[in-house]
Design a protein around this ligand. Structure first.
Ligand code: UDP
Length: 405
């Protein structure tokens, strides 16, 4: 029997954190030729190498090297990134000729699904159906593009599937699997709990705030960035509690560019380089409060029982708010970060920690089992056949009804 050739194409830190288990499951299946491709969006050892080591993920078979190539050219915008990625993904497809290409999430890397699909290869998308309905958010565009090009979509929760159905995506393509971040947090809790990071930083459990900021909406405008940093500094000084801040290189560069170092040089900030997952999760778990614009941190803090202020205008993951585990900062000008931190300070932490994976078990295993089933029934060869599409409500509208008679 011919092996199913599957390319998994990932690009940034949380992709590998979320996918570690699925990568391993696919690697050990003898009927699958699993090719791991790194887009190179993140390439620093601190944003890539450390996670490969911690999760014991093998070296990618192919590194498209996009991030480094652009750095050498001195450009960093999305247009150049996507253009180069498209070129390199196209060449990779010509060489590898996969049976399908799998993606996760909503980064610029997923925009290369246009090239994959346009070249006639099936697309698989994990984290499908996340929507913030905030058109200012770059990732919202990426999500919509990849979901509508995908042959198979894996959604974290039933609500995500409902959104996809409402957009006209076929029911049979979408499977709800639970949120796969649960696998990383559950499987590595012993390593997380034994991390020595608090000792190294000289801090104590429940006596610090963990902070992170890296999204475009927060770091590209001087006034917004200044407001956020001033708010967090003001709050921390009032409570006399340090703010631990593993800084992303891009955020650091923006602070320097805007001349805001005087705010972050205050003693209340304990700044570090980006940390490993075990160290960072240990800090998330032991913090009194988290403040972050990360998508993943909202979920992880819910799992480990720490209140979190989502330092953003909107979120595609409101289930963490409904659970009572997070508070959304909201729209700038109306609700400041400072006010929301005050609100979150005395939040109860007895929320239901199962809301991200209500069925229990391993979401990665559910994706794996379903994918294997699909390869066995030649799903990817037929999923876009005209015959298969006949049942789609939009096809019926396009062709009039009754269709096919
Ligand atoms: N993380 C980490 N070290 C750090 C900061 C974050 O390991 O210093 C992890 C964090 O636990 C989460 C992921 O990186 O799993 C979040 O990545 P990021 O915020 O870059 O991406 P997003 O979730 O916003 O897509």
């Amino acid at each position: 029997m011919k092996k199913f050739k599957l390319v998994t194409l990932l690009g940034i830190r949380p992709d590998y954190i979320r996918m570690f288990k699925l990568i391993k499951l696919l690697d050990q299946n003898k009927d699958i030729e699993h090719i791991l491709v790194h887009s190179g969006q993140h390439y620093d050892p601190e944003l890539f190498g450390v996670f490969m080591k911690e999760f014991n993920i093998r070296k990618p078979d192919i590194d498209l090297g996009v991030g480094l190539a652009l750095k050498e050219k001195g450009v960093s915008n999305h247009a150049y990134q996507v253009a180069l990625l498209s070129e390199r993904v196209f060449d990779m497809l010509e060489k590898v000729k996969p049976d399908a290409v799998m993606y996760l999430g909503d980064t610029n890397t997923v925009l290369s699904a246009v090239t994959v699909s346009r070249s006639g290869y099936p697309v698989i998308h994990l984290e499908a159906g996340g929507r913030s309905f905030d058109w200012r958010m770059p990732e919202e565009k990426n999500r919509i593009v990849i979901d509508h090009l995908s042959d198979a979509l894996y959604s974290y929760l039933p609500r995500y599937k409902e959104l996809l159905l409402a957009e006209g995506i076929d029911d049979f393509r979408i499977k709800v699997i639970g949120n796969i971040i649960v696998d990383a947090v559950n499987e590595y809790m012993p390593q997380i709990d034994t991390s020595k990071i608090m000792e190294e930083l000289g801090i104590k459990s429940k006596e610090f705030i963990i902070f992170g900021l890296h999204r475009e909406e927060n770091i590209t405008n001087k006034e917004i960035l200044e407001n956020k940093l001033s708010d967090i500094a003001r709050f921390a000084k009032e409570k006399n509690i340090p703010v631990v801040w593993p800084m992303m290189p891009r955020t650091k560069a923006q602070i320097e560019k805007f001349g805001l170092q005087n705010i972050i040089d205050q003693e209340i900030f304990i700044k570090t380089k980006p940390l490993g997952f075990f160290e960072f999760l240990n800090l998330e778990k032991n913090a009194r409060l988290a403040v972050s614009d990360s998508g993943t941190v909202q979920e992880e803090t819910l799992l480990v029982g720490t209140p979190c202020v989502i330092a953003r205008r909107s979120t595609e993951r409101p289930e963490t708010i409904w659970a009572g585990a997070t508070i959304l900062e909201g729209f700038e000008g109306k609700d400041t970060l400072y006010n929301k931190m005050n609100e979150a300070w005395n939040m109860k932490t007895d929320w239901d920690r199962n809301v991200l994976n209500p069925e229990g078990g391993s979401p990665s295993e559910r994706v794996y089992d379903d994918l294997i089933e699909k390869t066995k029934e030649n799903y990817f060869e037929t999923s876009r056949n005209f015959e298969t599409l006949k049942g789609n409500q939009l096809v019926k509208i396009a062709y009039g009804k009754p269709f096919g008679k």
